[in-house]
Ligand binder design. Sequence first.
Ligand code: NAD
Length: 501
Amino acid sequence: MTLTAPARTEAADAVLAAVPDGLLIGGSWTPGGGSGRIEVTDPATGDVLAAIADATPADALAALEAADSAAASWAATAPRARSEILRRAFELVTEHRDELALLITLEMGKPLAESRGEVAYGAEFLRWFAEEAVRIRGTAGSNPEGTGQVLVSHDPVGPCYLITPWNFPLAMATRKIAPALAAGCTVVIKPSELTPLTTLRFAALLQEAGVPAGVVNVVTTTDAAGITAALLADPRLKKLSFTGSTAVGRRLIAQAAQHVLRVSMELGGNAPFLVLDDADLDAAVAGAMLAKFRNIGQACTAANRFLVHESLVEGFTGRLTERIRALRLGPGTEEGVGIGPLINDAAVTKALALVDDAVARGATLVTGGRRGEGLFLEPTVLTGVRPGSAILREEIFGPVVAIVPVHDEDEAVRLANDTEYGLVAYAYTRDLARAHRLIRRLQTGMVGINTGVVSNAAAPFGGVKESGFGREGGAEGILEYLTTKYSLIPDSTAPALPASK
Ligand code: NAD
């Protein structure tokens, strides 16, 4: 990128100065064995923000060694003590909210107000799982044969490898680390090489909160495939939790089969946004702005396909376009900016190619469709998008609205489900019975009825179909890091088993 970077503010310099530039292994920050450094850049300006350690596979194995060595004592730490450390981490993240928000905006590009929202959302996982750590329940049931009691209990799964994407640098880390620690597991986390700084700063806050050495280890690397292959081949690793694209997830599932490793997969999405004939149009437009433009359209939960009843297409398109034209494009660090840059050049090129393909197949370009300076893309609205357009099949991951007119509920549901993805669906209707029917008919892990945002630490987040399996948050989130153990305790009064058995 050839933009001239504006001078960095003192606040930005101070925030960057607090970020460790090494790997966290066994409680110490180390440069690792890699010869190079990872240069992290600001997508709004191209400015190099920091140069950090670039881990090798040997560093990753040292991190796993540290996680394995700490596993028994962390599993034996009283749940109340684990809970209090997580609670302290919640408080520290909350105290440092402005610093973390600025760091997120600097390395990822989203507007500051949204970064503050991510810090609040990310911190909530620490508070939620601090509460869940002391509520790991089992069951006791009678054996139908009358020979004793069936006890079901849970153990921590063991050392976990956590891989996170670049689009929510704090929340994707807390959403995995908090339940793992609550369950009594130790971890090695590998953030995206595009946005590793927030995870590094967060890890330093975890140390301050009292997380013991070796319980959380951080490796930053440009060799994601190399260090992942080394870790997945090591039998000391007991679990992989991945958030990222379906293409990479598919490869990791195959690699994890080698040791029959437990895996959780939070993968890509292609969310439909249904506006049915009885929808409240103002509410639908407000929800669409959130579902589409949060994170500059770069969210797995971003609405990808707007399936709008034909009677409402004109009103919906007009009102949405008006709101979109009022959004200010610019660096996320400037207050009042509504749309920041995309993460890299490939993202801009891909979004524009999807727009061009849709137009070539007959869609109407209502607004946008042009690249701005650097990595900025004008928010775009397409209407009358035709079947067969690539934009209906692929994740856009950018600020582009694709509107498809539909005749009725059946057609909307059929088109909504016509994708290999199944993360989330949004639907606008004022009819309660219809809402329940839609919840049943939509093939996704999550459904938002008359809302454009479903993310909530207290709810199980996750997908079906090729959007993955496993859940993060809610009562279910901790189960991903626990194994279920059944024990039979024969009753002394039970009849003796026949000798032949
Ligand atoms: P990505 O798959 O390119 O990368 C995700 C992570 O995997 C990064 O840390 C990356 O370094 C690592 N990685 C890449 N190749 C690897 C390999 N061969 N072996 C091991 N690790 C590898 O995805 P991304 O571009 O960072 O993130 C965007 C994607 O993430 C989108 O598809 C989005 O939908 C998805 N996502 C899903 C959720 C969810 O909860 N379902 C949340 C956020 C993002």
